[in-house]
Design a protein. Structure first.
Length: 548
């Protein structure tokens, strides 16, 4: 076994990738990611102590957040980049440690190896990495709970980074990230570990609320929007991932250059924001969910900017047109560097590249409708409440989450198509691509698919549910006519799931398969306490949900 990773839905054989990731992540990168996480635990051990003593190294929180994010599925495949990150992590750890020593704070109680080990060369990192991976925790239930927590932290970090990029931070979230990292270095009881997993759900809600505030304060509230899915006859840049600050800077820098901008996959919801809609060269959305990029990046013809996951290892035929930035990376691709001294990122190389490229090849025509984040839905609240009271809307189905390449995910297309016409789908995340181009009609003018936005905008769906609970005077969110049939793929979906559990949502169905990182005992806890279930056949599941 040259690696072990079971953090995403594609884990080989529903058990774990042991030679190379199904996602394309090579073993050396997987191992270095494990080592980076391990080293973050060491930094957190010192930094929590430093914070208690009033010593705050500004670099630490950002470094932890960005590093966790870089280990999310399909974010970063760059081995050399991870060698550099581990080197930086060790240097930062020593900086925090030395600050403690020079301030006379005892560090004698910090004895965990993650705080003590050191190495200098790529070879030393590789050797160390082999000893600190997921399987170094021998008890499968402890491993399961620790990794469930770590994956929740990865998702939380992704959202914290987007908020940070817009100038929004919350110390309590950073403190929890560090506390949770440190918890995995200790022998805790099962109850303590479950407590931390549930607490992660609370901070999941907090971080999504923070990002929601950051996004809407900066770019306005998303509004109902018809998004063009066709093309124009100019060269274009395709922007994918989740980072709206990158979107803003790209739109500003391309204005007046004759180069058009299109979104791909999870950047689609950028089309719903007033601040972005005003740009005449922002054409619309090109293509579908992340996993179709191997054909859609090909036919786009112009350069592509990946701001975050999900990056598929690019084919040689279009590799020279793919750029990464932020936490993303891939060997051989040009990486656009971070903002410095308050200046925006410099996308000029991508813009010049675009000018030499042919316009995108048309793959679709028409429009899709989105922009149903909480503010917009609550503006329609009277209409929605009336429709529920009159029976015109029988039930809502939250189908947020991720899309992926597994054929079994066709379940979600079939499920959406088979739902009775008096039901409405609430969605967020790239899961929507499984049904957002079906003609499912509307109920008295309310579309049957309401897209709130990106996966982090699942927060909007929670706000809507809580509002409906209030309007209908219910004591429990589970009394609402809402069923949860969530599709997951990577670790942002893990924090969304934990956030829903924290909000008290029960009976969530999760598919297309249950996470490999849930040991039978941990899965049993989730089933018994929260009613979590997998998916069955479309017909059985619809009957089950509607029978409730
Ligand atoms: Fe396998 Fe998923 Fe890990 Fe990639 S991220 S190595 S596909 S479990
Ligand atoms: Fe999709 Fe990767 Fe999860 Fe943001 S882009 S939801 S899979």
């Amino acid at each position: 076994m040259s690696m072990f990773c079971y953090q995403c839905q594609e884990a080989a054989g529903c058990k774990g990738c042991t030679a190379r990731g199904v996602c394309g992540k090579p073993a050396d990168v997987a191992n270095l990611q494990d080592l980076l996480i391990y080293t973050l635990k060491g930094i957190a051990l010192y930094d929590l102590k430093a914070n208690e003593a009033g010593i705050n190294n500004k670099k630490v929180n950002k470094f932890i957040v960005d590093s966790l994010f870089s280990t999310i599925t399909n974010a970063n495949f760059d081995k050399e980049g991870f060698d550099v990150r581990v080197t930086k992590a060790l240097a930062l750890r020593e900086e925090v440690k030395n600050a403690l020593i020079s301030n006379g704070v005892s560090i004698e109680d910090i004895k965990h190896d993650s705080a003590l080990w050191t190495g200098n060369t790529a070879y030393e990192f590789e050797e160390k990495a082999k000893t600190v991976g997921v399987l170094s925790t021998e008890n499968e239930d402890v491993r399961s709970l620790r990794e469930l927590l770590i994956y929740g932290l990865k998702g939380m970090a992704a959202y914290a980074e987007h908020a940070f990029n817009l100038g929004y931070e919350d110390e309590a979230i950073y403190t929890f990230l560090k506390k949770a990292l440190v918890s995995t270095t200790k022998d805790l009881s099962v109850d303590e570990m479950i407590g931390l997993v549930l607490e992660a759900g609370k901070f999941g809600v907090d971080v999504m609320a923070l990002l929601d505030t950051a996004n809407t304060s900066t770019y306005g509230n998303p509004e109902i929007t018809k998004v063009n899915i066709g093309v124009r006859n100019n060269s274009g840049i395709l922007i994918s991932g989740h980072d709206l600050k990158d979107m803003e800077e790209l739109l500003k820098q391309t204005e007046g250059t004759g180069v058009d901008v299109y979104t791909h996959s999870e950047m689609l919801p950028a089309n719903y924001y007033p601040a972005f809609k005003k740009y005449g060269h922002f054409v619309g959305n090109y293509g579908n969910a992340w996993w179709k990029q191997d054909t859609e990046f090909e036919s786009f013809n112009g350069p592509i900017l990946m701001t975050t996951n999900c990056l598929v290892p690019p084919k040689d035929s279009y590799k020279d047109r793919v750029y990464t930035t932020g936490a993303t990376g891939f060997p051989g691709l040009t990486h656009i560097e971070e903002r410095k001294d308050g200046k925006p990122k410099d996308f000029s190389v991508i813009i010049e590249h675009a000018k030499k490229c042919a316009p995108p090849t048309e793959i679709e025509r028409g429009e899709i409708v989105g922009g149903f984040a909480h503010n917009q839905v609550l503006a329609l609240a009277d209409k929605v409440v009336d429709a529920v009271k009159s029976g015109a809307i029988r039930r809502f189905f939250v189908m947020a989450g991720c899309d992926g390449r597994a054929k079994s995910r066709n379940y979600y297309t079939d499920f959406a198509a088979a739902l009775p016409k008096d039901t409405v789908i609430l969605t967020a995340g790239c899961a929507k691509y499984k049904y957002n181009k079906l003609d499912l009609g509307d109920i008295g003018g309310i579309p049957r698919v309401l897209d709130a936005g990106q996966c982090n905008d699942s927060y909007s769906l929670a706000v809507i549910a809580l509002k409906l609970k209030e309007v209908f005077g219910l004591a429990d969110i589970n009394e609402l006519p809402i069923s949860f049939n969530i599709a997951w793929y990577e670790q942002k979906a893990v924090i969304v799931l934990l956030a829903l559990l924290y909000l008290g949502v029960k009976d969530i169905h999760l598919g297309p398969t249950l996470p490999a990182f849930l040991s039978p005992n941990v899965a049993k806890v989730l089933v018994e306490n929260f009613g979590i279930a997998g998916i069955g056949t479309v017909q059985d599941d619809i009957e089950l949900f509607l029978g409730k």
